[in-house]
Design a protein around this ligand. Structure first.
Ligand code: GLY
Length: 353
C-alpha cells in the first residue's frame, strides 16, 4: 500500500493507494469511523460492477447502509439530484456523527462531497474514486460542486474528505475513452511539474505496461497535487498551474457540447497552447513536439478539429474565471516547468490565431 498525507494545517488527511483496496473497504473505514450509519452515493455503472463487493465488505463490520444510486454522467451534478440526495439522508435519519461515502468518478465525488459539505452544515465523508481522472485529480484537494444551467461548478465549496481510498484495480473495467480522459491529466502533471515523470511516461509502450505501472503513476500524480494544494488550497496562485491546457480545453469541451472527454480536450489544449507559446518565445523549442510524441504514445488526439476560433475566444472570455479583464494562462518554460502568465483580454488573440 502507498500512502500520502495531505497537510493543510486545519485539515490533514491520508490518501491510500492499493490494488484490491475496495474489497477491504469495511476494514479501512473501521479504522477511522466507529458510528453505525453510512450513506453511499454512487452511480448505476459503478453500483452494478462493485456495489455488491462494497456492501459485503462494509456489512462485515455491521454498518447500516443506504446506497443512493444516481444516473451516470454530468447531468447528475444538478440541484435537483442534490435535493433528492438530501431527502435520502433525511429518510435514513443520517446525523452529523455519521459518514457519507462518495463512490464513483468525478461527478459522484463532486456531488456527494457537496452534499456532505452542506447537509446539516457538514457531515464527514470519504472519497472512493473509481475513474483514473477522479483518482488523480478530483478526489483530492477538496473542490466539491454542482452545476447550474449557466455553467459547470457554479455552486460549490472547498470541503475535504476524511480519507481518500484509491483502488487502481477498478480501472480494469473502465472504458478506453475514460482511461484517455485520465491520461490527459496525468500528462498535464508531468508537463507542469516533473520532467522525469514525463520521461518515464514517454517510455510506456502498451496498455499492459501502463497497468503494471498504474499504482506508481497514480501515486506520483497525487503527490504533485498534494504539494500544489498544500501551497495554495484556495486556488489563488500555485494551484492555477493545474489548469495547464484547460483554458482552451474547457472552450473545446463546450464548443463540442462535451463530445470530447475532459482529458481529451485538455490534451488538445496543452499541445495547441504550447505550439503558440513556443512560437512566441515563451517556451523552449521542441517542447510541443515532445507533447505530440507522448500523446501519440497513448493514442490521444493533439490536432485541433476544424473549429471557429472566434467562437472559442467568445467562450474563453465568457468563462467565470476571466471576469477580471485578465486571463491566467498556464504555459511551460519547458517540460516539467509550468508558469502562470497573466494575459489581458486584448492580447489573448496571439495565443489563439
Ligand atoms: N482540478 C483542479 C484543482 O483541483 O484545482
Amino acid at each position: 500500500m502507498k500512502m500520502l498525507e495531505i497537510d493543510l494545517g486545519k485539515h490533514k488527511y491520508n490518501i491510500l493507494i492499493e490494488k484490491g483496496l475496495v474489497r477491504n473497504l469495511g476494514h479501512e473505514i473501521k479504522s477511522i469511523y466507529n458510528n453505525k450509519k453510512i450513506a453511499l452515493v454512487t452511480d448505476e455503472n459503478v453500483y452494478s460492477l462493485y456495489g455488491q463487493v462494497v456492501k459485503e465488505s462494509l456489512q462485515k463490520y455491521k454498518y447500516e447502509l443506504r446506497f443512493i444510486v444516481v444516473d451516470p454522467g454530468e447531468s447528475s451534478k444538478s440541484l435537483e439530484v442534490l435535493e433528492n440526495i438530501y431527502k435520502h439522508f433525511i429518510d435514513f435519519n443520517l446525523t452529523r456523527s455519521d459518514l457519507i461515502v462518495a463512490f464513483g468518478g468525478g461527478v459522484v465525488g463532486d456531488l456527494a462531497g457537496f452534499a456532505a459539505s452542506s447537509y446539516l452544515r457538514g457531515v464527514d465523508y470519504v472519497q472512493v474514486p473509481t475513474t483514473l481522472l477522479a483518482q488523480i485529480d478530483s478526489s483530492i484537494g477538496g473542490k466539491v460542486a454542482v452545476n447550474l444551467e449557466q455553467g459547470k461548478n457554479l455552486i460549490g465549496s472547498f470541503y475535504h474528505p476524511k480519507r481518500v481510498f484509491i483502488d487502481p484495480q477498478l480501472l480494469h473495467t473502465l472504458p478506453e475513452k475514460y482511461i484517455k480522459d485520465g491520461l490527459g491529466e496525468v500528462i498535464k502533471y508531468a508537463c507542469i511539474k516533473d520532467a522525469d515523470f514525463f520521461q518515464s511516461l514517454s517510455s510506456i509502450r502498451s496498455k499492459n505496461e501502463l497497468f503494471n505501472k498504474i499504482e506508481n503513476i497514480i501515486y506520483r500524480c497525487c503527490n504533485i497535487k498534494r504539494k500544489v494544494v498544500e501551497k495554495d488550497e484556495g486556488d489563488k496562485g500555485e494551484r492555477m498551474l493545474l489548469n495547464f491546457g484547460h483554458t482552451l480545453g474547457h472552450a473545446i469541451e463546450k464548443y463540442y457540447n462535451y463530445e470530447y472527454s475532459h482529458g481529451e480536450a485538455v490534451a488538445l489544449g496543452m499541445y495547441n497552447i504550447t505550439k503558440k507559446s513556443e512560437a512566441l518565445g515563451y517556451t523552449e523549442t521542441g517542447t510541443s513536439e515532445k507533447i505530440i510524441n507522448i500523446l501519440n504514445n497513448f493514442k490521444i488526439e493533439y490536432k485541433l478539429p476544424n473549429l471557429k476560433m472566434d467562437k472559442i475566444k467568445d467562450i474563453i472570455l465568457f468563462d467565470k474565471k476571466n471576469i477580471s479583464g485578465k486571463i491566467n494562462l498556464i504555459l511551460l518554460n519547458k517540460i516539467g516547468h509550468g508558469f502562470i502568465e497573466s494575459v489581458s483580454i486584448d492580447s489573448i488573440n496571439k495565443f489563439l490565431e
